[in-house]
Write a protein that binds this ligand. Structure first.
Ligand SMILES: [Zn+2]
Length: 244
């Protein structure tokens, strides 16, 4: 079993107190997480957290340490409700779903420009609230992004000429096989949650892989595609009731 640590909602305003503790922990165990950075955060909930002045310098430093910087949407503002018509049929609100291809491409382009200006390389993306439509995939490809950290499965797979690195569970729940991507929201964690996270890292750190190692597990073999589909059918109903 291999684990990829994916952090959501990395922005200038966030729970930096816990973030600093995480960084210490990761340096100690030589862990390289995936950090989902919002390039132009406008989300008021996140804005209520303290702001970091040298934010982009920190992100650059993370990248130089081998952490993977991923693009997590553009402004983190939801404009549409998907009514379960989104690409993964998760339902819920979306920053991208339902927007025109032009608007979606524009958002992704503007986001990438911010990363470029701050000398951050981006090759992957994951949307706020896991919600995409076919135009999101096209817009990403138009902008040169061919890797998405989302979707059902036990191993990364290729679909629509995009590499998907699956992300299954909302909670820290690990199957004894395959690749599991976590979804960590530091801004929703308290000190007790952090202590539990620390215990989990201490126990599982040998199973935690870098982004490149996760991508290298990609398989488009028939058996793996079958297993990925099976996972979809097994978890689909549970996702709807937000059990995981
Ligand atoms: Zn988010």
């Amino acid at each position: 079993m291999k684990i990829l640590l994916r952090f959501d909602d990395i922005a200038e305003n966030m729970n930096w107190r816990l973030m600093d503790k995480c960084e210490e922990l990761f340096d100690f165990y030589n862990i390289k997480p995936v950090m989902g950075v919002i390039p132009n955060n406008q989300d008021e909930t996140l804005k209520s957290f303290p702001q970091k002045q040298n934010f982009w310098k920190i992100i650059k430093n993370w990248q130089s340490k081998g952490w993977e910087i991923s693009m997590h949407g553009y402004n983190h503002l939801y404009t549409q409700d998907t009514n379960y018509k989104d690409y993964f049929k998760y339902g819920g609100k979306s920053e991208f779903f339902g927007e025109t291809l032009f608007n979606q491409t524009d958002k992704i382009k503007k986001g990438l420009e911010i990363f470029k200006k701050n000398e951050i390389r981006i090759r992957s993306f994951f949307a706020p609230n896991h919600t995409y439509d076919n135009n999101t995939l096209l817009a990403l490809k138009n902008c040169g992004i061919n890797e998405i950290i989302d979707g059902y499965g036990l191993k990364p797979f290729t679909k629509e000429k995009i590499k998907f690195i699956p992300q299954l569970f909302f909670k820290f729940f690990f199957l004894p096989f395959g690749l599991q991507t976590t979804q960590i929201h530091l801004n929703e964690m308290n000190d007790k949650d952090f202590e539990n996270f620390k215990i989990l890292i201490e126990k599982k750190h040998k199973n935690i892989v870098k982004y490149d190692e996760a991508i290298n597990l990609l398989s488009d073999k028939k058996i793996d595609k079958f297993l990925n589909r099976l996972v979809f059918y097994l978890l689909f109903s549970k996702r709807k009731i937000k059990f995981f």
